[in-house]
Design a protein around this ligand. Structure first.
Ligand code: ATR
Length: 273
């Protein structure tokens, strides 16, 4: 059995096991591959990862709060993961621990069209914002970052080639082609009012991405939808980053491109989970 897992803390709520097992089943690989959730406290992360290859693990997804640590424990990292400063995918092969970041390509794949030359506004400057800003800048978008704590926006913008918005009143989302919420607002605490946006200015022809997911629609997603914007939710990004991770692990064993995960099977599994 080739084992896979998602490492997080907490991780019980993760929809990745349902999603990845659905993809493996659809590929006819459920008898040879399995995917589970493993709760690991930060202090135990490095030692838990070190044990995994001997336990039959071929790889792991890594989620909050371990994405930086995942890069640190790796013996080898892709340029993408290194530049982003975080990894969400580890592969175990030939004694190596290889780090990759599939959040960035997963985010781009979740967009309805290329962000090249588009005006993008990223809300938030935490860990989740880094992969997204890196992806958007790399694709040639013009990226602005707003964050509740402006110093963090300035630091991220300086590091990755974006522009920080400091001060000023509520932002007009209608001026942007793409608005991405990477903050934790919408997951329970806080609401649309905390995001410094004019809620009545969303419009048709723009895309609004909410990277959190939970039960039901967030206030931001509802306001964007009412204004006519195309809304992409966090589950689509979850599916796309997960599919990219699975391509890496299966590609490592069988060769690249031999098994293409079914996005439809993955989408229906995350929406059921
Ligand atoms: P993550 O790795 O999920 O991005 P994080 O690094 O803790 O987590 O970042 C959380 C983001 O949500 C930050 O941009 C944070 O803003 P601050 O840098 O000012 O803390 C943002 N955030 C959290 N709660 C918020 C709120 N109530 N209003 C506005 N922004 C909030």
């Amino acid at each position: 059995m080739n084992r896979l897992a998602v490492l997080g803390h907490p991780v019980a709520h993760s929809r990745s096991p349902a999603m990845q097992n659905a993809a493996l089943e659809q590929l006819g690989l459920a008898g040879e591959w399995s995917y589970e959730a493993i709760d690991v406290a930060p202090a135990a992360f490095a030692s838990r990862v070190a044990e995994m290859p001997a336990e039959g693990f071929a790889g792991a997804n890594v989620t909050v709060p371990h994405k930086r640590a995942a890069l640190e424990v790796a013996t080898r990292a892709s340029d993408r993961a290194t530049q982003i400063g975080a990894a969400n995918t580890l592969s175990f092969s030939g004694g190596e621990v290889i780090a990759e970041n599939t959040d960035a390509p997963g985010f781009l794949a979740a967009l309805p069209e290329s962000p090249r030359d588009k005006r993008a506004l990223v809300l938030g400057a935490g860990g989740a914002a880094r992969a997204i800003v890196w992806a958007l800048v790399g694709e040639g978008a013009e990226v602005e970052i707003w964050n509740r704590t402006p110093e963090r926006a300035a630091e991220l913008a300086g590091e990755l080639g974006a522009t920080a918005i400091e001060g000023g009143g509520p932002l007009d989302p209608g001026e942007r082609d793409l608005v991405v919420n990477t903050t934790s607002v919408g997951m329970g605490e806080g609401g649309l009012a905390d995001l410094n946006l004019d809620p009545d200015s969303f419009r048709a022809g723009q895309t609004v991405v909410e990277i959190v997911y939970g039960d039901g629609e967030t206030e931001l997603a509802a306001a964007a939808r009412e204004g006519g914007a195309t809304v992409v939710d966090g589950l689509e990004m979850l599916v796309q980053q997960g599919a990219e991770s699975l391509r890496i692990w299966l590609g490592q064993l069988y060769g690249t491109g031999k098994h293409e995960p079914s996005l439809e099977a993955m989408r229906s599994a995350v929406r059921r989970a």
